[in-house]
Design a protein around this ligand. Sequence first.
Ligand code: FAD
Ligand code: UDP
Length: 368
Amino acid sequence: MKYLIVGSGLFGAVFAHKAAEHGNKVIVIEKRDHIAGNIYTKEIDGIQVHMYGAHIFHTSNKKVWDYVHQFADFNRYTNSPVANYKGHMYNLPFNMNTFSEMWGVRTPQEAMAKINEQRQEMAGKEPKNLEEQAISLIGRDIYEKLIKGYTEKQWGRKCTELPAFIIKRLPVRLIYDNNYFNDDYQGIPIGGYTKMVEKMLDDPNITVKLNTDFFDKKDEYLKNYDKIVYTGMIDKFFDYKLGELEYRSLHFETEEKNVDNYQGNAVINYTEAKVPYTRIIEHKHFEFGKGDKGKTIITREYPADWHRGDEPYYPVNNKRNNNLYAKYAELAQKQAKVIFGGRLGQYKYYNMDQVIEAAFDVVTKELR
Ligand code: FAD
Ligand code: UDP
């Protein structure tokens, strides 16, 4: 069996690794000049720089956690971002530290009383959009200061026009715990994500070709390979014939600063609408003091509208797009030779662990 894998991101790499392990010949083509997709990290000044935004690995799936440990050791990094709203600093996710900073409350009972008072305006109403969902979850003060500006920048539209599910990802806790995630396992691969993916692809049955775009020779590839695993945009595969799916793009501005410690935390979110970026990442804090003395690398992350040719970082999973995706998925079903996978091939807001799970599912069916 000869597999062509389009894209060397996590989905493609897991599939390639498993298929090769089963004795199959695998060719991975990648249009960028490096492997690892959006989890690509590059060493600068002795620090692993997350070139496409901060990536923290977290999962409750022991199978996934054990799987990635074949390729890397993980450090004990625990994501605990801080929000800057007009110069005031608030701990995230929403927990007793945040409530105490916001309202001066000290106990869970005091916090709950305040939250319940704030939620009153949504009492008895079913939240129909993100704004209503946020207010019914946490109340107006936190919505206005920590959610509204950030979310409207991130998604380029009003919170009243966004689906409620986006905000359901954010945990609300009545303990003094700044751990952003609820998962059982969390960390960052020591030595960077690129090294981890390199190991996944390190098999005599796997050949990787960089700077190679599937669309330059689509018909030839479809003719010559037994099976294709495609992890690019599903609408592009079909030449957008049913219409364009929407994506959000990002623009990253990376800068070297001549200080040891620029902001004191790996991730600081800027939740005010007026600041054009959503967050600043200081990469060395993912690695506990690693990196050259007197130097640090920071990245500002600017959300951007997506137009053809831009990097499609986030699928926009609203009703219109999900309906259109369902029609593309029907076309995909008819492509017996092609498996569509990953954030772009399945048009799903997957985290890394979910991408790995999705690849396991496909691999199990394919290689049985
Ligand atoms: P990708 O990584 O996008 O890989 C697809 C690959 O296919 C790319 O390398 C692309 O160049 C290539 N490709 C596309 N089209 C073609 C073509 N025509 N020809 C050849 N190659 C092609 N997840 C977490 O778990 N934790 C986090 O903290 C986290 N933070 C994130 C932060 C940001 C800013 C973003 C955007 C995502 C974040 N994620 C996070 C999600 C994570 O990045 C994804 O789940 C994962 O990287 C998706 O892997 P993938 O293989 O599906 O896609
Ligand atoms: N969010 C917010 N304020 C913040 C951080 C996140 O309102 O300070 C909202 C925002 O709508 C965002 C969603 O929560 O799209 C999910 O955020 P998360 O950081 O989990 O998503 P990521 O961008 O890392 O995929």
